[in-house]
Design a protein around this ligand. Structure first.
Ligand SMILES: [Zn+2]
Length: 298
């Protein structure tokens, strides 16, 4: 094959442009692929004045994200970490930012990897929780009376919103209307394969539609990395696409008359097979979408 100097140069320049744009930010939940080491965590990321994201690594190597808001009257924390030691680190990270105590705790996800360390929070912390998640956590506190609870943390308005059933059934997202930030907890698993053990797959897609309609600059996930604003919207849309693709693929396999086990073996996840947890979560998603198709998901 003959290659002219000119065509070689144009191939080289395309390669150069690609490497420059990918150096900007690789979209993945794998820390090492983003050029990060496990020793870079936990880390606190300032998202706006008095608003911080917090990423720590959990097994098997992706991030669990918490959000905290520092108001004049104290700190609001949305989601903790998976055990007392990890949540103590989070509380210590908050103490480096402000001497104010954690006064409110929003249960975005009631799952153990976000609540397992809650025993280290101040005992008088005020919970913001849906009736469903209150039941899951066996909390002896008042639950939200409606779908919205407004919390004034002292100069900053925070809204806990129930947009419907998604990853847990009691999912809350945390909206800061002035800062245009939406912490989505496990409604948004950035580049982590859709985890459906306790999910409502089709309703989850609709919850993301509602989130996308809010006036938001930056969507913050519950797992995976906090992205810059523009990328965060693109990745939330990508995540919704992944949910739709998983549901469509499982519907295709169900129509073939396959058992859930056989469908799990034959599933073609397309680009999403590169996402974190695909081997563990793929078969679980198949079983959950089968339940939904067969009307067993109430
Ligand atoms: Zn989780």
């Amino acid at each position: 094959m003959h290659l002219s100097v000119k065509s070689v140069l144009s191939v080289l320049s395309v390669a150069l442009v690609l490497s420059v744009s990918s150096a900007a930010q690789v979209r993945t939940a794998f820390p090492e692929k983003r050029g990060l080491k496990l020793t870079d965590f936990p880390r606190t990321i300032k998202l706006a004045d008095n608003v911080y994201g917090y990423e720590d690594i959990r097994q098997p190597g992706f991030t669990t994200v918490s959000l905290f808001v520092v108001g004049n009257d104290g700190v609001l924390l949305a989601d903790g970490q998976g055990n007392a030691e990890a949540t103590k680190k989070l509380v210590d990270a908050i103490a480096k930012v402000t001497p104010k105590p954690v006064k409110w705790y929003v249960v975005g996800s009631d799952h153990g990897d976000h609540t397992g360390g809650n025993s280290v929070l101040p005992t008088d912390v005020t919970y913001v929780v849906t009736p469903f998640s209150k039941g899951q956590l066996k909390l002896d506190v008042p639950a939200m009376a409606g779908d919205t609870q407004v919390i004034n943390v002292g100069g900053i308005e925070v809204r806990a919103l129930y947009l419907g059933r998604a990853h847990t059934g009691g999912d809350l997202v945390v909206y800061l209307p002035k800062q245009k930030i939406l912490f989505m907890s496990e409604v948004f698993l950035n580049r982590v394969f859709p985890a459906m053990r306790s999910a409502y797959p089709t309703e989850w897609v609709g919850v993301i539609d509602k989130a996308l309609k809010l006036n938001v600059d930056r969507f913050v996930p519950g797992h995976g990395f906090i992205e810059e604003p523009k990328a965060s919207r693109e990745e939330l849309i990508e995540y919704q696409k992944a949910l739709r693709a998983v549901i469509a693929e499982v519907n295709r396999l169900h129509k073939l008359g396959l058992s859930a086990d056989e469908a799990a073996k034959q599933a073609n996840w397309g680009p999403y097979k590169e996402w974190f947890l695909v081997d563990q979560q793929g078969p679980i998603a198949v079983r959950k979408v089968y339940e939904e198709i067969e009307g067993k998901l109430k």
